[in-house]
Write a protein that binds this ligand. Structure first.
Ligand code: A3D
Length: 320
């Protein structure tokens, strides 16, 4: 059986990290695409040369021609610009919308059967635009944000409790932005929900609130430290987790920016929700029940995403 083909659209910080991880995990053959002259070819050659030491079998190549992504099983999109200090994700909207148009058309022409994972910010609006420009089925186009936001939450919680990150589960829903919704009730340590851990004296509400705020600001904290760009190791790892779930038909339960039509009281929009990812792409959106406070936070996050999508429609008349 031929190896799966993984096309990485954008060969910058996240694109290069994705390529390295995909190779080390032997998920398939990798093609890096970028408009920057020589960048995808240079990174491909560098990563290929790590193969003998690492011992992986995966072909690695770089291109600036969409024809070379032909037949890709998975496309992970990071093309566009990243945040610099002082910028919000939303500041990237206009420039990255144009990029989504060219990427969507390239994927539609050459890899129409691919499972597409968008990472470009502002995430929820860009995944919506990418789906519109590509015309691919909604369940085959999704966005990576929830896995990363949940991973940050899990990391901070594990630190607070002094336990292994493996035993901490967490759910972060809603749009990928300041309005993201970390759900304490659905987040656990060894199956024990966070509110119970407060009752048990493991932590306090104040400390939990501070962790939730740090999770919301997790991306900005890293932008402030790096000064030249945004996070890339954990974003790449998170998207690889989603790609692996598709390639290996793992039926993983992962939060991602998925098209929701009917569940959670939404009709026809992309936003961060719990999903099941397997060989069919986003196979199911999990219709969780929220209490009043959670619902109010989710509603304001949904409203923020809708505002960004409307802004996209205002910029590009072909989007309706
Ligand atoms: P960066 O290292 O700048 O890489 C972006 C690459 O896109 C560059 O190599 C560009 O040459 C390339 N590019 C620009 N325009 C095009 C085009 N039209 N076609 C193909 N390639 C193009 O950025 P990065 O890898 O650090 O981040 C990529 C994106 O991910 C940014 O928009 C970030 O804001 C976003 N991001 C999202 C998250 C989420 O959790 C959703 C996290 C971190 C970064």
């Amino acid at each position: 059986m031929a190896r799966p083909k993984i096309a990485l659209i954008g060969a910058g910080n996240i694109g290069g990290t994705l390529a390295h991880l995909a190779a080390v995990k032997e998920l398939g053959d990798v093609i890096l695409f970028d408009i920057a002259d020589g960048l995808p070819q240079g990174k491909a050659l560098d990563i290929a040369a790590s193969g003998p030491s690492e011992g992986f079998d995966a072909a690695m190549s770089g291109t600036s021609d969409y024809a070379d992504i032909a037949g890709a099983d998975v496309c992970i999109v990071t093309a566009g610009v990243a945040r610099k200090p002082g910028m919000s994700r939303d500041d990237l909207l206009g420039i990255n919308l144009k990029v989504m148009k060219s990427v969507g058309e390239g994927i539609a022409a050459h890899a129409p059967n691919a499972f597409v994972i968008c990472i470009t910010n502002p995430l929820d609006a860009m995944v919506w635009a990418l789906r519109e420009f590509s015309g691919l089925p909604h369940h085959m186009v999704c966005g990576m944000a929830g896995v990363l936001d949940s991973a940050r939450f899990r990391h901070f919680l594990a630190d607070e409790f002094g336990v292994s990150m493996r035993d901490v589960t967490a759910f972060v829903l809603g749009g990928h932005g300041d309005t993201m919704v970390p759900l304490a009730r659905y987040s656990t340590v060894g199956g024990i929900p966070l509110p119970d851990l407060i009752d048990m004296g493991w932590t306090t509400q104040d400390k939990l609130d501070a962790i939730i705020q740090r999770t919301r600001d997790g991306g900005a904290e890293i932008v402030g430290l790096l000064k030249t760009g945004s996070a890339y190791y954990a974003p790449a790892t998170s998207a690889i987790e989603m790609a692996e779930a598709f390639i290996k038909d793992q039926k993983r339960v992962l939060p991602c920016a998925a098209y929701v039509d009917g569940a959670l009281g939404l009709n026809g929009m992309y936003v961060g929700v719990p999903t099941v990812i397997g060989a069919g792409g986003v196979e199911r959106v999990i219709d969780i029940k929220m209490n009043k406070t959670e619902q109010a936070m989710f509603d304001s996050s949904v409203a923020a995403v809708k505002g960004l999508v409307d802004a996209c429609k205002g910029i590009d008349a072909s989007l309706t």
